[in-house]
Design a protein around this ligand. Structure first.
Ligand SMILES: C[S@@+](CC[C@H](N)C(=O)[O-])C[C@H]1O[C@@H](n2cnc3c(N)ncnc32)[C@H](O)[C@@H]1O
Length: 269
């Protein structure tokens, strides 16, 4: 069934959009906590680490760090960790959970050059862990990341797959005669800004998540001097045991709901 909330067509209007997750802190920290949700532990963090391959002595910047679940994984590899986020309240949780091993800065990812403590070409790796779809405008966010990355450094994005999971515009369907679970996509090419429900108080529209087609990610990376060199299409870690389990599990293994991208900054930029 189509969700009753409305998706707003278009993004990047130029007006300041509130994307901080302050309003979602209680719900999000309850779900994710210090060590990450099952999604983080089973899928998102392993995919990030596989693509990033952090090394001893490197500096890694986590953009949209939330409560900093990536920090221990980076420091365990011998690299140093800096997390940046727009949300004061999530940063308080991040410092309480991981402040002893990492540095956490407040700032806007679309204006990274104005964040005190972030300097040009000083990071070996940059990560967006389930965060880039909460940020806008994409071109400014990627330009800022490219600015902070050293030449040859790598940028890793792990996100919901934009082709198969469009907020409020996609879902699973069941075809009885073929005993088939299929994926329904209602819209794809049009960028959308989707108001998020505030879990704490039931209001909606206080912050947005952004759908963009895959071509926008690839083209905005390239415009920022970031060249894609790896991609992962990641299937859900979930399994079904219900009456349609066989068909559902086959669909889960065929249709990737998450995606990982790795790009490198051209050494000359
Ligand atoms: C879905 S949460 C992901 C948090 C964390 N990476 C994780 O996996 O748990 C998205 C985060 O992006 C942050 N965010 C959204 N827009 C931002 C911006 N323009 N600058 C910095 N952080 C932003 C939000 O405050 C929120 O903490």
């Amino acid at each position: 069934m189509r969700d009753r909330q409305t998706a707003v067509k278009g993004t990047s209007s130029g007006q300041k959009i509130r994307t901080s997750w302050d309003a979602h802190t209680e719900w999000y920290d309850g779900w994710v906590g210090k060590d990450g949700s099952t999604l983080h532990r089973e899928l998102a963090i392993p995919a990030t680490l596989e693509l990033l391959a952090p090394r001893r002595g490197e500096r890694i910047l986590d953009i949209g760090a939330g409560q900093g679940v990536l920090a221990p994984h980076i420091t365990r590899a011998g690299a140093s960790y800096v997390g940046i986020d727009a949300s004061t309240r999530l940063l308080q949780r991040a410092r309480a959970h991981h402040g002893r091993i990492g540095a956490f800065l407040q700032g806007d990812a679309s204006r990274l050059d104005q964040v005190s403590g972030i300097e040009q070409a000083t990071f070996d790796g940059i990560v967006f862990l389930l965060s880039i779809q909460d940020m806008d405008p994409l071109s400014s966010v990627l330009e800022g990341a490219a600015w902070a990355l050293r030449g040859g450094g790598r940028l890793v994005i792990v996100m919901i797959h934009p082709c198969f999971r469009v907020p409020r515009q996609s879902g699973w369907g069941w075809q009885e005669e073929r005993q088939l679970q299929y994926r329904r996509i209602d819209r794809y090419l049009t960028p959308l800004a989707v108001p998020m429900k505030e879990y704490a108080n039931g209001r909606q529209g206080q912050s947005l998540c952004f759908h963009r087609p895959l071509q926008q990610y690839i083209n905005d990376l390239a415009s920022s001097g970031l060249v894609l060199d790896q991609m992962r299409e990641l299937c859900t870690y979930k399994t079904s045991s219900g009456p349609h389990a066989r068909a559902e599990n086959r669909a889960y293994q065929e249709i990737p709901l998450f995606m990982g991208l790795r790009a490198r900054k051209l050494p000359t930029r």
